[in-house]
Design a protein around this ligand. Structure first.
Ligand code: FAD
Length: 234
């Protein structure tokens, strides 16, 4: 049954952030480079990989050029990248992208994260992802003795006025920042006013496939093998 075969070999990754971009590239590469010799009756190179992204570009939150390069690199590998494409339904053997129904038995949801449920018990304002809208010093509004950091926090970068991205370096920097405040206050040598958290972006990276990655460091973007080398070294 050709339709059933197509559905089984169609992979739709929903969400064009780093997770979705890396997954789409990895699936396409596995299908075209790793698996072809493993099956006699299935041509894995015919696997269709679709990356559906609701927004106008890939890798939102990273430099715009990274998103453009990710799109062209994925398309060169054979991934179908669909921008401004909202998934409106997932069925057992198909997916609805806008009005279009695509036969697909493999759907991978990579469209965002949710804050920890415990944040709801605090009784303070949360953002749509369930993260606590913290004060500039990362404390909980109205509770200067309580801090929320990392993925559970919606913190604003004092340098840019933009939300701190939900990445490991943001979490680590917030941890150091808050630890310094706590130590200074315990030791009694804190400044009269607490400082505001400022995020230092050390760069962004995403792998696209074997030996291929994108890296943005200090305003410079690397792709292909050099991007992958930078990713491997970091
Ligand atoms: C698929 C994926 C890929 C990612 N890739 C990257 C990347 O390449 N680079 C990057 O910088 N960031 C990446 N991130 C983001 C990064 O992982 C997070 O920003 C970072 O881990 C946040 O650190 P955290 O300490 O706030 O939360 P976490 O690392 O999630 O740690 C929270 C911990 O608390 C535990 N916990 C939760 N609730 C409770 C409870 N009630 N009691 C006790 N323990 C509890 C959890 O089990 C977990 O171990 C990625 C995230 C995902 C999901």
């Amino acid at each position: 049954n050709e339709l059933s075969r197509q559905g089984k070999l169609t992979f739709v990754v929903v969400g064009g952030g780093p997770t979705g971009v890396e997954l789409a590239g990895a699936i396409k590469e596995t299908a075209t480079r790793t698996l072809p010799e493993e099956f006699r009756n299935i041509d894995t190179t015919t696997a269709r990989v679709i990356l559906a992204q609701g927004g106008p570009s890939l890798l939102p939150g990273m430099p715009e050029k990274m998103g453009q390069l990710a799109k062209s690199d994925l398309e060169a590998m054979g991934v179908e990248v669909r921008l401004n494409s909202h998934v409106t339904g997932v069925e057992a053997d198909g997916i609805l992208i806008g009005e279009e129904r695509v036969p697909a038995e493999n759907v991978i949801w990579a469209a965002g994260i949710q804050g920890t449920p415990i944040a709801r018990s605090l009784g303070v304002e949360l953002d749509p992802q369930g993260r606590v809208l913290v004060e500039p010093d990362c404390s909980v509004p109205g509770y200067p003795e309580a801090f929320v950091i990392g993925d559970a926090a919606h913190a604003i970068d004092a340098n840019t006025g933009q939300p701190v991205p939900g990445v490991a370096q943001g979490a680590i920097q917030m941890a150091t920042f808050v630890a310094r405040i706590i130590v200074a206050e315990i030791e009694g040598n804190a400044a009269p006013e607490r400082p505001s958290f400022a995020y230092h972006d050390k760069g962004s990276m995403a792998t696209i496939g074997r030996g291929q990655a994108l890296a943005s460091v200090n305003g410079r973007t690397f792709r292909g093998f050099f991007g992958w080398l930078a990713w491997g070294l970091v």
